[in-house]
Design a protein around this ligand. Structure first.
Ligand SMILES: [Zn+2]
Length: 457
């Protein structure tokens, strides 16, 4: 048997979340050349390995997948002047600060944000970078550099805003761009960074910010460009009731009708939030295979509402989890989002409606489906990417939780991952980020964040 690069062995339980949803007590998983090459139980012979991780007393899951984020927002976390209003007030308060973004800010916010996510078991994250101030430089390439430095799988989206205050939108003039500039830069970034291969570390998607910040023509032309480049589409949709009112007033349509008008009702699309679709619209989204990034903490903090997660899943829509930007949901733990999604599911439909396994499924396979990567990530099976998280179920927090390691994982806690592995490499070991640059980047982050939050002149 070939020597593996990594062997995680003697797990209390491996929850593979594979097609058969196999769970292996006392199991092991081997990763070689970045992919899972074998897994088995205590009776199956495990290969030798260059590196071994003893997972006794631990649950092993696929790496969690984050389907919605705005990494740059960790520079304005819990920003006091923006804490009182709903989504629209919150945005209007923060846009002038975000207008100070530059490449250094993009790099350091991505580095710190992705490191933070990795400690919560996240191995693949998307990012929705939609604020591109004039003269700010190549913010997305700066983020890609940070992700490569850390060794995490990264799907940044080329976000955009084209309607400023003078056009009836919310953002200031300095952070919007015209359609041709946005589409040209989108093509450039796809050519530069997008890897369509099954083990890709970097993929790009196209992501106008929301119906209330871009023109109808940009929405339609972005869908055409995504089709021609064969990349995915992402935007915010149906987040608040204010947005319903805005779309009715501006377009004479509800958000989902508007989405259909601009050519976005396709399985190439995944949407952030999706809190307020009507039952008929849920059915239409499901039938079209449009994915939803469920962001439970953000939806609570901004008072947006309880998303119809069970209904979307029943309708056939892929549902993943998103921590959302670190200025609304100021914590960015995917474990916490999984737990909160479980609690919201119970609150909405009764205690039996959503289990820890349902939440794990959304956090892994569901996220993979949103990103168009079913079978590649979000599950532990031979040939899938070697991305996994090792969760210690020991200590006072788990004392007495003996009967079901998966339920214990989300109902007890709070926890961080003990190890987070991406493509067979330990990004987090013994609970700490393995890359040596974190302390230095935290100091840079503090300086950049202070500059951004300084009073506006
Ligand atoms: Zn968002």
């Amino acid at each position: 048997m070939q020597t593996a690069d990594l062997l995680v062995h003697d797990a209390e339980l491996i929850a593979t979340v594979d097609d058969a949803r196999r769970e292996i007590a006392g199991g092991w998983v081997a990763v070689t050349d970045g992919v899972v090459t074998a897994l088995g139980g205590p009776g199956d012979p495990a290969p030798d390995a260059l590196r071994r991780v003893d997972a006794r007393g631990c649950l092993v899951t696929p790496g969690l997948v984050n389907t919605h984020h705005h990494l740059y927002q960790n520079l304005t976390r819990a920003y006091a002047p923006a804490l009182t209003g709903g989504l629209f007030d919150w945005l209007v308060t923060l846009y002038p600060l975000w207008a100070r973004l530059d490449e250094e800010a993009a790099y350091v916010s991505a580095y710190v944000g992705l490191a933070e996510l990795a400690t919560s078991g996240c191995t693949t994250s998307t990012d929705h970078s939609y604020v591109h101030p004039r003269g700010a430089g190549d913010l997305i390439s700066a983020e890609v550099a940070a992700a490569r430095e850390l060794g995490v799988r990264f799907h940044p989206t080329r976000g955009s805003m084209s309607l400023s205050v003078k056009d009836g939108g919310l953002p200031p003039d300095s952070v919007v761009q015209d359609d041709d500039e946005i589409l040209g830069d989108s093509s450039r970034l796809v050519r530069l960074h997008h890897d369509p291969s099954p083990t890709a570390m970097t993929r790009i998607a196209l992501a106008p910010c929301s119906p209330f910040s871009v023109s109808t023509s940009l929405m339609a032309r972005t869908a055409e460009l995504a089709e021609s480049l064969d990349v995915r589409l992402h935007t915010h949709l149906a987040e608040t009731q204010d947005e319903d009112a805005f779309c009715l007033q501006t377009f004479g349509r509800r958000p989902v009708d508007y989405l259909a008008d601009v050519g976005w009702m396709t399985d190439r699309t995944w949407l952030a939030h999706v809190v307020w679709p009507s039952p008929t619209e849920v059915g239409r989204l499901g039938a079209a295979g449009v994915g939803a990034a469920h962001c439970p903490s953000s939806n609570m903090i901004l008072g947006s509402g309880l998303a119809p997660v069970a209904e979307l899943r029943a309708a056939g829509a892929p549902v993943g989890l998103g921590v959302d930007g670190s200025a609304s949901a100021d914590s960015a733990s995917l474990w916490l989002e999984a737990r909160t999604a479980m609690l919201q599911g119970k609150l909405r439909h009764g205690a039996a409606a959503m289990s820890a396994r349902d939440a794990l499924e959304i956090a892994t396979r569901g996220g993979a489906a949103c990103l168009g990567r079913s079978g590649e990530i979000g599950q532990l099976s031979v040939g899938a990417c070697g991305d996994l998280a090792v969760w210690s179920l020991e200590g006072a927090r788990f004392a007495g939780a003996l009967s079901d390691p998966v339920e214990a994982w989300l109902r007890c806690g709070p926890v961080s991952a003990r190890e987070t592995v991406v493509a067979g490499r330990l990004v987090v070991a013994d609970g700490a980020v393995t890359h040596p640059g974190l302390d230095e980047q935290l100091a840079v982050h503090r300086r950049v964040s202070q500059r951004m939050q300084a009073a506006l002149d």
